[in-house]
Design a protein around this ligand. Structure first.
Ligand code: PMT
Length: 221
């Protein structure tokens, strides 16, 4: 049975993967299904929180009792998360946000030209939403949680990323082509800025979500 230990709290969760458009028919994207973020939103609502879920291209059905904001790109995700974060007690960034976007958007479909090599795609940096929220804390004292998808040196890369982003907790999961992204299960280590390291064994994404809230609750002011 769920404990109402998030009652009276507002939490913001991001889910899914951003799509960075190249032209009207193409985008740069990633394999996030949004399932981990939805599991975080569902479990927070069950624990009594008011939940804002910022969802990027998940195709998942809305959750009862959760305020869902649909976005497409990293820039849109940033705007929606910052808006909701202004009165949030906790922000959890489970979305896979593109670090770069195409420098230009072609308003007409990009065509191949006979006998010519393809043109290179020039990228520019997207804003780092997690780093920005960690540094600015739109609401003083709010707890900020990041996720990190790593393919190797998972713990070492996680520690470096936690320090660089400045969040309170970083959930590090190892990803592979058929692992974590899109699956029903996950396995992770939750790193704390206080040096803590909580392993979460392979299991349903809901179980990892519950552990995240278990670690957020005692950090709330
Ligand atoms: O959606 P599922 O299929 O269920 O899969 C879940 C998941 C693998 C997507 C999820 O568990 C996960 O690991 N999400 C973060 C993936 C990721 O993009 O990690 P990253 O190392 O690129 O980014 C680190 C953190 O910074 C993340 O919290 C990300 O939201 C944030 N970030 C990244 C780039 C950027 N420009 N702005 C950000 O805020």
């Amino acid at each position: 049975a769920a404990r109402p230990d998030l009652a009276g709290r507002h939490v913001v969760v991001s889910a899914g993967g951003t799509r960075e458009p190249l032209d009207p028919v193409r985008f740069l994207g990633n394999r996030s299904s949004g399932k981990q973020g939805y599991a975080l939103a569902r479990t927070a609502a069950a624990r009594g929180a008011r939940v804002t879920l910022v969802a990027a291209n998940t195709g998942l059905p809305d959750l009862a009792g959760v305020d869902v904001v649909q976005v497409g790109t990293a820039v849109q995700l940033r705007e929606a998360v910052l808006k909701a974060a202004s009165d949030a007690d906790a922000v959890v960034m489970a979305a896979a946000v593109a670090d770069f976007r195409p420098a230009t958007y072609a308003t007409g479909k990009i065509k191949k030209k006979d006998g010519q090599e393809p043109e290179a795609i020039v990228l520019v940096r997207n804003p780092d939403i997690l780093a920005e929220i960690s540094a600015d804390r739109p609401r003083p004292g709010q707890v900020v949680v990041g996720f990190a998808a790593e393919t190797d040196d998972v713990l070492a890369n996680g520690r470096t990323k936690l320090a660089r982003k400045g969040c309170d907790l970083l959930v590090v999961n190892e990803v592979g082509e058929r692992r974590t992204f899109g699956s029903e299960e996950n396995e992770a280590v939750v790193l704390g800025a206080d040096g803590s390291e909580i392993p979460v064994p392979y299991g349903p994404k809901e179980a990892l979500a519950e552990t995240v809230w278990d670690l957020v609750v005692p950090r709330l002011g």
